[in-house]
Design a protein around this ligand. Structure first.
Ligand code: NAD
Length: 256
């Protein structure tokens, strides 16, 4: 008997158990999608599944995105369990902040593998499924692709790479697949962690004042643009990375 492809759209969110990724997963679930989270923290993933009342549309496939074999297995599992893939959200990211003379090659490679090479691998293996569904990709970069604090070389380089990879992929995979990115600014994720790491964020007045929008960002701010970029309404947007930073990066600051 021939099985028909289910119509409910399917999204894959890397690093979807906590932080911005969890915010995106919640939003896409609320929009009616089936959401697969691929996070290396199985405990955090299980907590999230439990908090969502074991919603049948939220699936967890524990994955370390720095391992090619695990990404291949992840995409095979999505194909087998969901039979389609409409949206890939490459959200995983880590930072190691150290003076450049103290940063080891292993640490540099770890940041690049997690933040940049993993995107190449997820797209490499998921592209056939995405093409079938005329799918969309959203890559989570950072405003640190555009400006820096001290001692953030590996992170800045990885995020600059994400911005470049986004336009390269958009050209190579279009018109079937649209590829965009988001450059989040300061997004508070302290209250979006697993219970053992969760804390109530406190921001100083100056933290809010440095943003023309008057506040620090939330995962929902990033999730809202992700949902839009994944929608048909964004059909003429591809290859771009859009800042979501409350205006922080356009404000000049002169130190007193
Ligand atoms: N929070 C911010 O202010 C901010 C600003 C700009 C960009 N970003 C970017 O947004 C993304 C999400 O950041 P966040 O602040 O929500 O982080 P977070 O640490 O709160 O969450 C990241 C999630 O990724 C998972 N993860 C880490 N390494 C992994 C791996 N190798 N394989 C699979 N899963 C892995 C973690 O377990 C965690 O659940 C990152 O790409 C980050 O660089 C965040």
């Amino acid at each position: 008997m021939k099985t028909s492809t289910p119509k409910t759209r399917v999204a894959l969110v890397t690093g979807g158990a906590q932080g911005i990724g969890q915010g995106i997963a919640r939003r896409l679930l609320a929009d009616g999608m089936i959401v697969v989270i691929a996070d290396c923290d199985a405990g955090a993933s299980n907590e999230f599944l439990q908090e969502m009342g074991r919603d049948a549309r939220l699936l967890s496939i524990p994955t370390d995105v720095t391992r090619e074999a695990e990404i291949r297995r992840l995409v095979r599992a999505v194909a087998r369990r969901c039979r389609r893939l409409d949206a890939l959200v490459n959200n995983v990211g880590i930072g190691i902040n150290k003076p450049v003379e103290k940063l080891t090659l292993a640490e540099w490679n770890q940041v690049l593998a997690t933040n940049l090479t993993s995107l190449f691998l997820t797209v490499k293996y998921a592209a056939p499924l995405l093409r079938q569904a005329h799918g969309r990709i959203v890559n989570i970069a950072s405003t640190r692709a555009l400006q820096s604090e001290q001692n953030t070389e590996a992170y800045a380089a990885s995020k600059g790479g994400v911005v470049a990879l986004t336009h390269a992929l958009a050209v190579s995979l279009g018109p079937e697949i649209r590829v965009n990115g988001i450059c989040p600014g300061w997004i508070e994720v302290g209250d979006w962690q697993k219970a053992s790491r969760r804390h109530q964020p406190q921001h100083r007045a100056i933290d809010c004042l440095q943003h023309p929008a008057g506040r620090v960002g939330t995962p929902q701010d990033i999730a809202a643009l992700t949902a839009f970029l994944l929608s048909d309404e964004a059909g003429f947007i591809t290859g771009h990375c859009l800042p979501v930073d409350g205006g922080m990066t356009i404000k000049m600051i002169y130190e007193e």
